[in-house]
Design a protein around this ligand. Structure first.
Ligand SMILES: C[S@@+](CC[C@H](N)C(=O)[O-])C[C@H]1O[C@@H](n2cnc3c(N)ncnc32)[C@H](O)[C@@H]1O
Length: 235
């Protein structure tokens, strides 16, 4: 997806983003529950790079459990980052956040982050080399042993079980039966506008971006999440 398309889609979604996704909270809460343990080995005063932080849900969660952590909020949509700023203000978290409205390429390449979160972001990069390069942009902003946690829509869209999984996923998201045209439309969206790729492919894209042995630690419906440590070799 082109960068200006992404910005306009999320600018439009921003005012209702949190209410729209509220019913999927059990899925994101379970994801965060795992991330809490994966990140437990980070320093007491860790700095976390939150790429595509959106309205800041992951930050609110992590900030509660790790009171001395600070967050770099990277978000290109003004609508989304405005909601995020407001949420942080309401939760008393503003002082712990550095807000960067823009993409990663305009964030200084300081290796000051102990870890990064990247939830439902890389799936919008359709070109695989570009997607690996995106992960490299994260890797070069991490400490040598920095950790990445990344989640996306992940599936083998050519597998036999994909139509049933997709149907279930749509029912879960909408809390309703899904008719054939709606199913077909979503199938096309996931084929053309979002890079829904098999697990192994996503792992190799992350690894090529400068991370060792990505581990898939979570799956719920079409969502899968991976953690990985920054490779030694990257410059
Ligand atoms: C689906 S939302 C997810 C937001 C948040 N991470 C969450 O889990 O609720 C994706 C967010 O990533 C942002 N985004 C999309 N492409 C991006 C990119 N290449 N770099 C940084 N952010 C991006 C969008 O503007 C949007 O706010």
């Amino acid at each position: 997806m082109k960068t200006d398309e992404i910005i306009s889609i999320f600018d439009e979604q921003a005012p209702n983003y949190d209410s729209r996704w509220k019913r999927m909270a059990p899925v994101s809460d379970a994801l965060y529950f795992f991330v809490k343990t994966i990140f437990a080995r980070l320093p007491e005063k860790a700095r976390i790079l939150c790429v595509g932080a959106g309205t800041g849900k992951e930050i609110v969660f992590l900030a509660k459990y790790f009171p001395d952590w600070r967050f770099t909020v990277v978000e290109p949509s003004q609508g989304m980052i405005d909601v995020c700023r407001k949420t942080m203000e309401n939760k008393g978290l503003t002082q712990r956040c550095m807000f960067h409205e823009g993409f990663l390429d305009t964030l200084p390449k300081d290796r000051e982050h102990d870890a990064a979160t990247c939830f439902f972001v890389s799936q919008f990069i359709l070109e695989q080399d570009e997607r690996s390069d995106f992960f490299k942009q994260i890797a070069i902003r991490l400490e040598p042993k920095g950790l990445l946690v990344s989640a996306d829509l992940v599936a083998d869209i050519f597998s036999k079980d994909y139509p049933d999984l997709l149907e279930l996923w749509l029912k879960v998201m909408s809390d309703a039966e899904v008719d054939e045209p709606a199913l077909h439309k979503m199938k096309e969206t996931y084929e053309n506008d979002v890079a829904v790729l098999p697990s192994q492919k996503v792992k190799s894209i992350i690894a090529l971006g400068g991370f060792d042995t990505p581990v898939r630690f979570y799956q719920a419906g079409l969502i899968q999440a991976f953690f990985a440590q920054r490779s030694k070799e990257i410059d």
